[in-house]
Design a protein around this ligand. Structure first.
Ligand code: MCA
Ligand code: AMP
Length: 498
């Protein structure tokens, strides 16, 4: 089997991607991906029959080059490792070394910013133009079971883990959504979410391309620009994290009534608005409906599984609930004794089975084994069944924070803060926040005779962690609350923070 999406072929002249004033058809994109794959295979490095799952990282915002690189790697038999362009250098170093990346693709300023790091790690740094050939060569057959992509996700342990999915996993994650959300080639969708996570990569970009739709690419969430296009009725599908819907409502408060009416008319005319990656508060669901007549379709997913649960496209979309298992996905709640919970309103852990589930954590057999019980992937999310729909109650670990749709590890942030010369002890928690869902708060005990202001801490964090991980509040305390075992009692800190 050649690794490809059905629509990405030589005869499909429909517009696939729009990037600013650049427009590319499926046929032209297909040829570009082939030429890129050819360059990866026969270029100045290996010249192998296929890349034998070589890990190739790329550091690009959503763009035609990003899609060319991703599909080019897939077609050449490599593992695509898309990286967060907002990462700090220490974070990148971890991703690159833990994935044993051999080549890195980046253009322009992004490329420049990586020269020293790639040299230090002995990684070949190339631009898309360095690789792409004039003509496409014959490409290898790629079996569906081959590893295809590695995304990094934070866990409760210290450093993010590489989540590996195969071509088959990716196809399953895409096709279940095509049916469930009734994607078609008539769809047009903006992509402004980061493209190192499932939400941007699978739900928007890959579903859009597999369906033969048109995807408008934005390097970042450019609210005025996106709203202007919505007002011009360019899109019929919109997907975002709850924080974005909150930010849109806040933005509307700064506009005239007339301007708001034009934008909300654009949303009203769409066939579908989706919210996910974090809980959508009922109040937000209702505000959005009142303003746009759109009943948000909320769904639940995870890097390891793609999407698992969804409210229906046709039928009741219930606020505060994430619906039912998607086609091809098995979902079941389990109690602490690993017994399935069959009654309603009894909380248990969501466990998932299906072709949508990832293959492994890269190079981490122990973590992979520990995350499955009897073939079920254990999500760590707690839910109840409520009149046939799943309702998320929270997570089993207080050390996972969801801020603006990003999953953050409190322990990872604590690990960095502890390297500050004046900090003796630290505890990081997520505090409920109207805009971010949860916002990162740090409690610190300082070394004797030291002082620390929030501004100083924020400045110090710059460059040591991605901006969205930097605490939004600092509490300097004399001591941290601990239980009899000496472990910090984070629920007590949450109470203190609120
Ligand atoms: C930006 N900032 C944040 C966040 N994003 N702080 C906390 N949490 C965040 N998520 C901070 C910046 O550091 C900066 O701080 C200030 O806000 C403005 O930054 P800017 O980049 O301009 O903000 P923005 O463009 O408004 O970004 C907000 C955002 C973004 C668009 C909501 O966070 C975002 O794209 N989130 C979506 C992430 C996502 O796709 N998650 C899906 C994961 P300062 O001003 O102090 O410098 S996949 C997943 O979860 C599963 C599979 C699923 O179910 O989908
Ligand atoms: P990530 O590891 O970034 O893939 O984040 C996955 C996590 O996001 C899940 O384990 C949930 O905790 C959370 N999540 C995703 N969608 C929802 C939702 N609709 N409601 C509540 N939490 C969600």
């Amino acid at each position: 089997m050649r690794s490809s999406f059905p629509t990405l072929n030589a005869t499909n002249l429909k517009t696939a991607l729009v990037e600013g004033n650049k427009v590319i058809s499926y046929a032209a994109l297909n040829l570009r991906c082939d030429r890129f794959a050819s360059g990866l295979l026969n270029g100045n490095v290996s010249g192998k029959a296929d890349l034998e799952e070589e890990r190739i990282a790329f550091f690009m915002p959503a763009s035609i080059d990003y899609v060319t690189t991703m599909h080019g790697i897939w077609r050449a038999g490599g593992i695509a490792v898309p990286l967060n362009v907002a990462s700090a250098v220490t974070e990148l170093e971890h991703y690159l070394t833990s994935a044993s990346v051999s080549r890195m693709i980046a253009n322009g300023d992004y490329r420049e910013s990586l020269v020293d790091l790639c040299a230090a790690l002995n990684i070949e740094l190339l631009s898309v133009d360095d690789i792409i050939t004039n003509e496409a060569a014959t490409l290898p057959d790629i079996a569906p079971e081959r590893r295809a992509m590695m995304l990094f996700t934070s866990g409760t342990t210290n450093k993010p883990k590489g989540v590996v999915s195969t071509h088959k996993t990716i196809a399953a994650q895409i096709t279940t959504l095509l049916d469930a959300w009734q994607w078609s080639e008539n769809d047009a969708i903006p992509l402004f979410l980061p493209v190192h996570h499932i939400h941007g990569i699978i739900n928007i970009l890959s579903c859009g391309l597999w369906a033969g739709a048109t995807v408008d690419l934005f390097g970042k969430f450019d609210m005025p620009e996106i709203c202007a296009k919505v007002a011009a009725k360019r899109y019929n599908v919109f997907m975002a994290v709850p924080t974005i819907y909150v930010k849109l409502l806040q933005f509307f408060d700064t506009l005239t009534k007339d301007e708001v009416e034009k934008i909300t008319a654009g949303f009203r005319a769409m066939r579908l608005n989706i919210s996910g990656s974090a809980a959508c508060p009922v109040k937000l669901f209702e505000q959005w409906q009142a303003l746009t007549d759109q009943v948000l379709l909320e769904r639940y997913g995870m890097t390891e599984i793609g999407m698992g649960l969804s409210n229906p496209y046709v039928g009741e979309r219930r606020a505060g609930h994430v619906g039912q298992a998607l086609p091809g996905v098995d979902a079941q709640l389990f109690d602490e004794a690993h017994t399935p919970i069959l009654e309603e309103n009894i909380p248990g852990e969501i466990r998932i089975k299906g072709d949508n589930v990832f293959l492994e954590y890269w190079n981490n057999e122990t973590a992979t084994k520990e995350s499955f019980i009897d073939g079920w992937f254990c999500t760590g999310d707690v839910a109840v069944l409520d009149k046939g729909y799943f309702r998320i109650m929270g997570r089993s670990s207080v050390d996972i924070i969801k801020s603006g749709g990003y999953k953050l590890s409190a322990l990872e942030i604590e690990g960095t803060l502890l390297t500050h010369d004046d900090i003796a002890e630290v505890a990081v928690i997520g505090v409920e926040d109207e805009t971010w869902g949860e916002s990162v708060s740090a409690f610190v005990v300082l070394k004797p005779n030291k002082t620390l202001t929030y501004v100083d801490l924020k400045g110090w964090c710059d460059g040591k962690m991605s901006g969205y991980k930097i605490p939004k509040a600092l509490h300097v305390v004399d001591s941290l609350p601990r239980n009899a075992m000496g472990k910090v009692t984070k629920p007590a800190l949450k109470a203190l923070a609120s």
